[in-house]
Design a protein around this ligand. Structure first.
Ligand SMILES: Cc1cc2nc3c(=O)[nH]c(=O)nc-3n(C[C@H](O)[C@H](O)[C@H](O)COP(=O)(O)OP(=O)(O)OC[C@H]3O[C@@H](n4cnc5c(N)ncnc54)[C@H](O)[C@@H]3O)c2cc1C
Length: 568
């Protein structure tokens, strides 16, 4: 093996510039570490699967530069409509659509954001490079370098031997470095799901009119042949973007019957949905044209297996993050927040290890401890809801199926996500109370950016607005947030103490929601309907407020190194 020259010596090498890699690289570079990011694609985030929904908690509790920045989002999401298809021929289809951000908050306050992977990851990677990380694209890390049994860098497909004190493996679920480093085995096929994605073009007015800001999911009995019947995770999901749609169906690489997915089956389910389900056939089909079809795998059920959940995620000189560490969510199919959270934790630990001059397993163990202590990561990788749907579908157990859908993609979600969310929220406030105004500004800024397609840090399209239209409302909004900033700063210490004091009480949030939801939910749903004549126009007013704003009022005062919006 070629000796490592000084030029090829780094403090940290991050393998993979998908969702997690750039977050880790940026943090390491900001700490003054010589950091290299390797990406096998020609561009960062160049992956087969091109789009997804990133839930709000990823943005709220994830990296500050994303929350306070202008990442390229495709559409804010305000809820999910679930279709429970009992008989496709007679049209016996039930609807569960309780999970909606209520008006007037929606769509400015979103439940998540749909994004295309490539531009989003590239935006992240650009931020890492701005902070001093080096990015090499079209370069594959093919093996690890070892010295006295410790990982000391990587070997690339171009024959380079690149040394590093710590390697952060952000290769995604199909990476091989963790296996080559002897940290873990390949994921078993029954934990990997194969996703079949159709990418359709659709005019923005049609997406707005037909989908608005809502995802649509379909669930059906196996013999309806509307969604993959093998393995676990039987469902079809439709993602609306700015002017396109994704139709995603997925199933495990190996089912309990031992069968493997067949593309012929996928073709049949796609045909059945698109030609027989009324809303697709009549509303969607006339307005779309197919741009591409793609396949990708993801390690959806790793977290459900006790042994796999306990598999190592680090070794001497190396840490695994995101999908490479098996952190894809078994609950909602949302791996991006876990990739971001784990990337930040890995970077912190790498920085501490390098400063302490100790990159041994026993030092890096603190990475594992922090991952296990992370309320949202642990909640999202260990819930069995999506897995259990399979059995409800197989057994034609309608009651159970509806309960599982309600718990996974309806208001029932609050019976198990309230505790981790409350814990994460109080944890964030106890570290920095000013984060509260960052959250508020983020929602408004993201919505503004979506309206005007103003993404990146230098691609503003601000000519569409006239600052002359700033109203008293805008001035009051700005002043209120500034006052709140001052209060949070002035009382920072007592707020931190109070949040830390209250945090342990988060454990009661789930049981309380479980006890109260049967009463709260029907009341809430009736109220939402009754109040619609008032909330609908208010929601339009809120959109108009954002539309006419000078966007600088939504910028975070904490944001460093980014020019004022007016300067674009
Ligand atoms: C169909 C589908 C739908 C999904 N939907 C959602 C969703 O709605 N919401 C959500 O939050 N998550 C979703 N996910 C999961 C999400 O995409 C992943 O959890 C997330 O991308 C993980 O981030 P990561 O950084 O660990 O890996 P990735 O984002 O996969 O990035 C890995 C990067 O490493 C590069 N790479 C790999 N090997 C090497 C190597 N040896 N050398 C150099 N570069 C390498 C790859 O090219 C890639 O750019 C979905 C996944 C799929 C497949």
């Amino acid at each position: 093996m070629a000796p490592i020259g000084a030029r090829n010596e780094y403090d940290v090498i991050v393998v993979g510039a998908g969702f997690g890699g750039p977050v880790a690289a940026k943090k390491c570079a900001e700490a003054g570490l010589r950091t290299l990011m390797l990406e096998r694609g020609r561009r960062a985030g160049e992956k087969v699967i091109s789009g997804l929904t990133i839930p709000f908690y990823g943005f709220l509790f994830g990296p500050e530069f994303i929350r306070d920045g202008n990442p390229p989002i495709e559409r804010p999401v305000d809820g999910i409509i679930n279709y429970i298809i009992k008989d496709i021929d007679t049209g016996d289809i039930d609807i569960e659509d309780s999970l909606r951000v209520p008006k007037p908050l929606s769509p400015v306050i979103a439940f998540g954001y749909n994004a295309y992977c490539q531009p989003f990851c590239e935006w992240e990677a650009e931020r890492a490079v701005e902070s001093g990380a080096e990015l090499r694209t079209s370069t594959v890390a093919v093996n690890v370098l070892r010295e006295n049994g410790c990982v000391r860098g990587v070997v690339t497909d171009t024959g380079d031997s690149l040394g590093a004190k710590v390697v952060i493996d952000a290769e995604g679920c199909q990476g091989l470095l963790a296996i080559k480093a002897g940290i873990r085995e390949k994921y078993p096929p029954d934990t990997i799901s194969l996703a079949d994605v159709y990418d359709y073009e659709m005019a923005k007015e049609d997406v707005d009119r037909i989908f608005g800001h809502t995802l649509r999911f379909c669930w059906g009995w196996d013999e309806q042949r509307v969604a993959p019947p093998l393995g676990y995770g039987n469902g079809l999901m439709v993602w609306p973007y700015r002017n396109s749609l994704h139709f995603i169906q997925d199933q495990c690489l190996k089912a309990e019957s031992g069968k493997v997915p067949s593309l012929k089956d996928f073709d049949e389910y796609h045909r059945n949905i698109t030609t027989r389900v009324p809303w697709w056939k009549d509303d969607v089909a006339p307005h779309i044209s197919l741009r591409s079809r793609m396949w990708d795998g993801f390690e959806i059920y790793v977290g459900l297996d006790e042994d796999l959940r306990n598999m190592p995620n680090h070794t001497d000189g190396m840490i695994l993050i995101g999908d490479a560490a098996g952190l894809e969510s078994t609950e909602l199919c949302d791996g991006v927040p876990a990739a971001w959270f784990s990337a930040e934790i890995a970077a912190d630990v790498a920085i501490e290890a390098i400063r302490a001059g100790d990159t041994s397993t026993s030092f890096l163990k603190r990475y594992d401890e922090r991952i296990r202590a992370h309320p949202i990561i642990q909640w999202s990788i260990s819930r069995t809801n999506r897995h259990d749907l399979r059995y409800a579908q197989r057994d034609h157990d309608e009651k159970r199926l509806k309960a599982l859908i309600h718990n996974g993609w309806g208001l029932g979600g609050f019976t198990h996500m309230s505790t981790p969310l409350a814990e994460a929220m109080l944890g964030a406030i106890s570290e920095d109370p000013a984060i509260v105004t960052s959250w508020i500004r983020m929602y408004f800024r993201y919505f503004y950016n979506w309206l005007y397609e103003r993404f990146g840090e230098h691609h503003g399209k601000l000519s569409a607005v006239s600052y002359g239209t700033q109203t008293a409302g805008h001035r009051a909004f700005k002043r209120s947030l500034e006052s709140l900033d001052r209060v949070l700063e002035r009382f920072s210490s007592p707020i931190k103490r109070a949040a830390a004091f209250v945090a342990p009480a988060s454990v009661v949030a789930n049981p309380v929601m479980k006890a109260l939801l049967p009463i709260l939910e029907p009341v809430y749903l009736v109220l939402v309907r009754i109040l619609e004549p008032v909330t609908e126009p208010l929601s339009k007013k809120l959109i108009d407020f954002v539309k006419r704003a000078d966007p600088s009022i939504f910028d975070s005062p904490r944001k460093k190194g980014v020019r004022d919006a007016k300067d674009f």
